[in-house]
Write a protein that binds this ligand. Structure first.
Ligand code: IMP
Ligand code: MG
Length: 233
């Protein structure tokens, strides 16, 4: 991956979060105002670099939801957008096995891909996803992340556009979660370590309920109750 060309912003001393979050969030690492200003400058840089290109933005779900929405509205270039759903955490703060929850739909062959994620941590996610995308033969793949935690890197991955380089804290907010919570915070905050002492329960659908959602379970029940015959009026 290309060397980072974006100016990296260091995070400043932390401050207290709003009162109602104080039990769970230790400190505000990056304020809403600083995020907004940095996102605008990232967008300006991206706009300059991809002008005239056949740009496809590939964003990773779910953590990019806020960052992507703000970033895209600042980019006035023609572009296409697609998502890959990938999850690397259970209820803890250590990434485990990657689980794909949504596949890519757009063909990126010969196109310029901007791969967007919320945070580059160990690098395992972006390493794996970039390798998958490369198989499709894009013209180039550039990586854009809101946050970079270089101290935890395991895979050799660098981002081309970095919002903020942060120290080794587990952070939440502005799309980033802990056990699917806190994505709605308008700032990036440091999660109180007390919060991950007893890992939270994530209400993920069971395989049986998944089949039900896809209509498969219902079809089977219908077939069972009518002895395999189609229902007639
Ligand atoms: P990596 O594969 O270790 O680089 O991790 C990337 C993914 O882990 C990100 O897309 C996040 O979803 C998640 N992640 C890593 N660090 C944090 C964090 O501090 N807070 C919330 N999520 C994180
Ligand atoms: Mg993520």
């Amino acid at each position: 991956m290309a060397k980072s060309v974006a100016k990296k912003k260091r995070t400043s001393p932390s401050k207290l979060p709003p009162r109602h979050w104080r039990k769970e969030i230790e400190s505000v690492l990056i304020s809403q105002e600083r995020i907004a200003s940095r996102v605008r400058s990232l967008a300006r840089q991206i706009q300059k670099d991809f002008a005239g290109r056949d740009l496809v933005i590939v964003a990773l779900l779910n953590g990019t939801v806020m960052f992507l929405a703000d970033l895209l509205r600042e980019i006035s270039l023609p572009l296409r957008l697609d998502f890959i759903g990938v999850s690397s955490y259970g209820a803890g703060t250590e990434s485990s096995e990657l689980v794909f929850t949504k596949e890519l739909r757009l063909d990126v062959s010969g196109r310029d891909v901007l791969l967007v994620d919320d945070i580059l941590d160990t690098g395992k996610t972006l390493f794996r996803v970039s390798a998958i995308l490369r198989r499709l033969g894009p013209r180039q793949i550039k990586v854009c992340v809101l946050l970079d935690k270089p101290s935890r890197r395991v895979e050799k991955v660098t981002a081309d556009y970095v919002g903020f380089t942060i120290p080794n804290h587990f952070v939440v907010g502005y799309g980033l979660d802990y056990a699917e919570r806190y994505r709605n915070l308008p700032f990036v905050g440091v999660l109180h370590p007390e919060m991950y002492k007893n890992p939270d329960f994530i209400p993920i659908l069971t395989p049986k309920k998944m089949r039900l959602l896809k209509g498969l379970e219902g079809v089977q029940d219908e077939l069972d109750s009518h002895g395999g015959q189609e229902k007639s009026e």
